[in-house]
Write a new protein. Structure first.
Length: 463
């Protein structure tokens, strides 16, 4: 009997705890003031940029109620430096939950996202937020935590004192913390912060938050796909046994190398290998050395060598967003469109997944792929396919010339050949452009007239 009473007592305590937790869990909220942005990239060259901001609490509990709000789009004026001056309220926030801020462009699937961990704004935040993918793009925001009350009606731990006359706290404020929130990434992967001396009169300057990037491009090992295709005009080196040319590609000074098979028959003065090898580790800034050897009876003679400097080897982020106005090509099985982006003539390519449901005439992929290696002067060819039961049919192609790729990148709608009404929306972003080179390229591009890309049915050109 005593055990039964004790069990009922525990049940009542647990129920009371759950009730108090539920009240507290739903009572905290974030007040996010989205003031303005600077240096946004053009994401919708076809219909014009109409940027807006979406804020969302990243709940630890997948079953928690969605906490999301967005600003109105800016449709006129300087859309690269838009002003919103709006305050968003996000309910059901809990300590430890991050805040995700995304800049979208209406009419486009392109977006720029930054995630702020809770320790950045727990004591208030007022300043600029940088976007990892676009270091020159900044958001001017302030974030204030409004703590709720427990079931008993008393403020929760860490809550600010209620203001007289139930006035809401100001949204534009100086962060009460005296920490300089310049977060980097420590060796263990956790954000670090350095303390600053308190200012007189408890004044705190606006803070600049640089979201940690997911990857440091320099001194980080990568995989490099090296395709050794052919050579022309080699010399005869082994008159007795015949020429057997092969190529060794090496990361200069690192001892990392790949090697083709010797060509033993056919035209050995103009040999074709057609081999692709994975070279790793490769770090940005490394040079590649290619040595052409001619294998003989007693060893190998050197035909010659060539050095490929690092400034000619690049890495592109290719975003394939959507297409408009495709044709129905598979009436029996239904249309399943997908896109292949290839470095023209190099065999280096990336591919989206087929769209199998929804509006397949106006499909949305929203995929970003890394294309490497990319060399200066290379063109990119986009081919739109429609997957069917027995293979794939071609919707059309478009060629993006090298002058639109590096170093300024490209964002816009491309006309697809064989269907003048069809458009493909892509974004090309070089991942290793020095800041000063990117600025120079952007300045030069702004002085030129904007041109639309078109491709004919028989030939592909930029006009």
């Amino acid at each position: 009997a005593r055990f039964g009473h004790f069990a009922k007592f525990l049940t009542l305590v647990e129920a009371s705890a759950r009730s108090a937790m539920s009240v507290t869990a739903g009572s905290n909220k974030l007040l996010v003031h989205i003031d303005r942005a600077e240096g946004l990239h053009h994401m919708n060259n076809f219909s014009g940029d109409k940027p807006y901001v979406v804020c969302e609490v990243k709940h630890a509990d997948d079953h928690a109620e969605l906490s999301r709000a967005e600003t109105k789009p800016v449709t006129d004026g300087d859309t690269s430096n838009p002003v919103w001056n709006e305050t968003l309220e996000l309910e059901h926030w809990q300590p430890g939950e991050a805040l995700e801020i995304t800049v979208y462009h209406k009419g486009s699937l392109a977006c720029q996202t930054v995630k702020m961990p809770s320790e950045v704004f727990l004591n208030g935040f007022n300043g600029r937020v940088s976007i990892p993918e676009f270091p020159k793009s900044k958001l001017h925001i302030s974030v204030q935590v409004e703590f709720g009350t427990t079931a008993a009606g008393s403020p929760t731990a860490g809550a600010a004192e209620p203001l007289p006359n139930d006035e809401s706290p100001p949204v534009e404020y100086d962060a009460p913390t005296t920490e300089t929130l310049e977060f980097g990434t420590a060796a263990a992967g956790s954000p670090t912060a350095g303390a600053a001396e308190p200012l007189p009169n408890d004044e705190s300057p606006p803070v600049e938050y640089d979201a940690p990037t997911t990857e440091t491009l320099v001194d980080v090992p990568h995989k490099l796909e090296v395709s050794i295709l052919e050579a022309q005009g080699l010399k005869r080196m082994n008159h007795f046994t015949g020429d057997h040319p092969y190529v060794v590609c090496e990361v200069q000074g690192k001892g990392v190398k790949v090697e083709t098979k010797p060509v033993t028959e056919g035209d050995t003065m103009n040999p074709s290998w057609g081999e692709t090898h994975t070279l790793e580790p490769y770090c940005l800034g490394d040079s590649l050395e290619f040595n052409v050897y001619d294998k003989g009876l007693l060893g190998a003679k050197t035909e010659g060598k060539v050095l490929l400097p690092p400034e000619l080897i690049h890495k592109l982020a290719v975003s394939i967003l959507e297409a408009q106005g495709l044709k129905h090509l598979n009436h029996f099985t239904g249309d399943h469109p997908y896109v292949v982006c290839e470095v023209l003539g190099k065999g280096v390519k990336v591919e989206t997944k087929p769209i199998t449901e929804g509006d397949t005439v106006n499909p949305s992929w929203g995929e970003t792929h890394t294309l490497e290696p990319y060399c200066l002067g290379d063109s990119l060819e986009f081919t739109v396919y429609n997957k069917g039961l027995l293979g794939a049919k071609t919707e059309g192609k478009v060629l993006l010339p090298p002058e639109l790729i590096y170093p300024q990148g490209f964002s816009g709608m491309l006309h697809i050949s064989e269907n003048p009404e069809a458009l493909l929306h892509v974004i090309i972003r070089p991942l290793d452009v020095p800041a000063e080179e990117e600025t120079l390229a952007t300045t030069k591009a702004s002085k030129k007239k904007k041109k639309k890309l078109k491709t004919g049915k028989k030939s592909k050109s930029c006009c």
